[in-house]
Design a protein around this ligand. Structure first.
Ligand SMILES: Nc1ncnc2c1ncn2[C@@H]1O[C@H](COP(=O)(O)OP(=O)(O)OP(=O)(O)O)[C@@H](O)[C@H]1O
Ligand SMILES: [Mg+2]
Length: 401
């Protein structure tokens, strides 16, 4: 983000009070925030305090006099460079005219630039702006590089997981055949312990198979086939598959689909997996009955919650037109701390052997691949969890792609 003067803090270090006042006044006139220090010690104290306090704005650039009593400008520069590189904190030295050795020494010690005294404020401003722009470009480049590294890592892990899952499926199939044929073996049929062991192996294999299936879902969906679809029939068809489970648990279903819903772009094979995982969690959260509410409505996105407050990564922005699928249950909600934990792979609070803890990880990945966002929040004052899938409205999709 380019620095604007009001967001930019300049630290002026000079033992001469008149020099400090002139710079403070003239740079201040351009809208910059100015801090001043009358000595090298004071400058270091001010910088250390600002760096140690995340709520405080630290200087973005330092204008540093060389000749000062106590620690001089060179020493201040060396101390600054132990903590901040020239990309992070530009330092501009103020030197006496005609002292080229000073300039060379300072540049070798990590100064970004120099101005000669008496300082021409126009020149100082131009040099400062250049170095701030360079710093911002450097930061942007570093951020982009980190994003790329994360994406590459995620892709290679996905690739590895998919490869492993494929490899594991064949031996699993052979073990399954072996177990089946052992189960039919007359000699074993009468051995109670052997039959029990076989049943346990069968259950363990089911579970391992389920993990492999979900890992494959997670990594296979990189290429989606996005087409416009009507959400209500799709949601109804998923709910229909859950009807008998809901009836036997005593769960009441309420649906409310807005009339003016636009079609949304989704992959007809993959998206239902995400929705199914969210709905299944809601049903599982109410073993003794309750109410499951599913609403679908067009919205203008009002807020993007903090990452720690239970949302997936997202490219959606406040003010964007979205379609929200809101799933609410009347279960216990999630009282176990940070809500975004529920999206973590293998995180589960359900009994061992029953769940893989991959349901919402898969859902999150799929929703993100659709360009959407998944959020979870505890309902209040009612009990229960509200999970919302936001999908881009087709119009907003067209303008941003
Ligand atoms: N509607 C909900 N109410 C309360 N807690 C929930 C709800 N949905 C998810 N959770 C919590 O989030 C955890 C992770 O959910 P996720 O769907 O990823 O895995 P799971 O349901 O445990 O296992 P799987 O979906 O793989 O069978 C759950 O174990 C539960 O603690
Ligand atoms: Mg689940």
């Amino acid at each position: 983000m380019p620095s604007s003067p009001v967001d930019t803090c300049i630290l002026v270090v000079d033992d001469d009070r008149a020099n400090r006042l002139v710079l403070e006044k003239r740079l201040g006139k351009h809208g910059y925030q100015i801090e001043t220090a009358p000595s090298g010690d004071e400058a270091m104290k001010l910088l250390e305090e600002a760096w140690g306090d995340p709520r405080r704005k630290a200087p973005d650039v330092v204008v540093l006099d060389i000749m000062m009593p106590g620690i001089d400008g060179y020493e201040v520069l060396r101390r600054i460079r132990k903590k901040k590189s020239s990309h992070e904190l530009p330092v501009i030295m103020a030197t006496a005219r005609d002292s080229s050795e000073d300039v060379v020494a300072a540049l070798q010690d990590g100064a970004n630039d120099y101005v000669t005294k008496p300082i021409d404020v126009g020149v100082l401003l131009a040099r400062m702006q250049t170095h701030l722009a360079l710093r911002d470009a450097h930061l942007a480049l570093r951020n982009a590089q980190q994003t790329l590294i994360r994406a590459a890592r995620r892709e290679s892990i996905g690739f590895l997981a998919a490869g492993m899952a494929h490899e594991i499926r064949n031996p699993f199939a052979q073990i399954r055949m072996g177990l089946d044929s052992l189960g039919k073996n007359e000699a074993i049929k009468d051995d109670e312990r052997a039959v029990e062991t076989l049943a346990r192996l069968d259950t363990a294999l089911d579970r391992a198979d389920e993990v492999v299936r979900k890992v494959m879902q997670f990594s296979a969906a990189e290429q989606l086939d996005l087409k416009p679809h009507d959400l209500p029939p799709l949601i109804d068809s998923i709910l229909a598959t859950m009807k008998s489970g809901m009836d036997s648990a005593g769960i009441r279903l309420e649906t409310d689909f807005a009339r003016d819903l636009p079609e949304v772009l989704l992959d007809h094979e993959e998206f239902p997996i995400a929705l199914n995982n969210v709905l299944r969690n809601a049903v599982q959260a109410m073993p003794d009955g309750g109410t499951l509410t599913v609403r679908v409505e067009p919205q203008t996105l009002e807020a993007v919650p903090d990452a720690g407050a239970g949302r997936s990564g997202t490219h959606l922005r406040v003010g964007e037109e979205v379609v929200a699928i809101v799933v609410e249950d009347s279960g216990p909600g999630f009282p176990h701390g940070r809500l975004d934990a529920i999206f973590e792979p293998f995180f589960t609070t359900k009994p061992p052997g029953e769940s893989t803890g991959l349901g919402l990880t898969v859902a999150r990945n799929l929703v993100e691949l659709h360009g959407g966002m998944l959020t979870a929040e505890n309902r209040s004052p009612e009990a229960g969890l509200r999970v919302t899938i936001y999908l881009k409205s087709p119009d907003s999709f067209r303008t941003s792609v």
